[in-house]
Design a protein around this ligand. Sequence first.
Ligand code: ADP
Ligand code: MG
Length: 358
Amino acid sequence: MSSPLLRLVVLYGGVSAEHDVSRVTAAHVLAAADRGRYTLVPVGIAKDGSWHRNDFAAAALAAGDDIGNSLDIEGPVVDPVEVITGASDVTTVVFPLLHGPHGEDGTVQGMLELHKVPYVGCGVLSSSLCMDKGMAKEVAARAGIPQCRWVTLRHGVDDPRAGAARAIDELGLPVFVKPANMGSSVGVSRAGTAEELDRAITEALRYDDVVVIEEAVTAREIEVGVLGNGVPETTLPGEIRPGSDFYDYTDKYVTGAAQLMIPADLPDAAIAQARELAGQVFVALRCAGMARVDFFYEEDGRGWLLNEVNTIPGFTPASMYPKMWEATGLAYPDLIDRLVALALDVYRRRSSFSIEHA
Ligand SMILES: Nc1ncnc2c1ncn2[C@@H]1O[C@H](COP(=O)(O)OP(=O)(O)O)[C@@H](O)[C@H]1O
Ligand SMILES: [Mg+2]
C-alpha cells in the first residue's frame, strides 16, 4: 500500500503590500509541486485578513488543469486553525508564501507553532528579526558581518529632527531611509539634502515606528540563496541591475525593468566569499529552511556589505531565489521538496525537546 499523501497547505495573498506578488508565487509553487507526493490545499488570505480555502484551484490542480499565473482569493471562508491542523491522520505541512508584515515577520509562524504544525522556512525569532532591518543589523554586527553605516530612530523615543541631524552628522548625505518593518521597497527613499531627509523620515514613519537611515553606498547588488537547517547550502550569487535610480517598488513589480544576472559575473574568490558570508548571516540570524541574503558589493571599496535578509523571498520561477538554485543544480520542483523535508526536520527536532526538569 502506498503511503498517504502529505497535505501541503499553501498560504498566499495576505494583508501586506506584497499581496499580489504572493498570489503569483502561489500559482507557480502549486503548479510545480509534485502531485504524486502532496495533496495541495491552496488557502488565500484576503486583504481584510479572512482566510479562504480555494477549492476551485485545488480541484483544477487535482484534475491536472492549468491554474493560470496568479491565484484569486476565492472559495469558502475557513477557520485558520481548522485549515492548518487539517485531518489528524495525515501529516500537514504549511508553506507560507506570504511576504512582508503578517506573513514573513513571525506572526503566522507563531500561530503555526502554537498549533504544532510543521511549516516551511524560518521560525518565529528569525522571521521577525530579519523583518526588522534595525534589529537584524544589530545582530549581524555582533556576529562580525560587514555592513554599511546606519543609525535608527524610533517614534516616541527619538525626536525625528534630532535623529535627522544625528544621521547627517554620522553618515553624511546622501542616505537611504527605510521603515524597519517593510519590504518591496515600500516607504524606502533616498535623501540628498536635509529637507529631503525630513520628508523621507516622515514618509518612513507612515509605515513603522522605527526608521533606519543608512549611508548611500555605490555598489553592485548581489544576492545569494541559502537552504538548510544548521550549516546551510548556498547558491551561486545572482545580480540585480536596477532599472531606475534604485531597486524600488515600480522596478520590482510594475515595469520589471531591473535585469537579473544569474550567475553574477564575479571572480571566483569573490563568489566564494559571498557564499561563505551568506551562510554566516543565515546562521547568525538563526534562519532555518530558506532565506535570500542580499549584499552590496563595493568593488573598489569595502567589498561585501550585508543589505538585508529575506526569509520568504520571491518564489516564482522567474524570481531570483529559485533561479539561483536552478543555476546551482537544484530544479524548482526539487527545491519545493527540499523545503518540505527541512520543515519536517525542524518540527521533529523541536518536538523532541524535553520540557521536564531533569
Ligand atoms: N544603503 C543603501 N545604499 C544604496 N542603495 C540602497 C541602500 N539601501 C537600499 N538601497 C536600494 O533600495 C533598494 C531597496 O532597499 P532594501 O533595503 O533592499 O528594502 P526592501 O526590503 O524593501 O527590499 C535596494 O535594493 C537598493 O537598490
Ligand atoms: Mg531588498
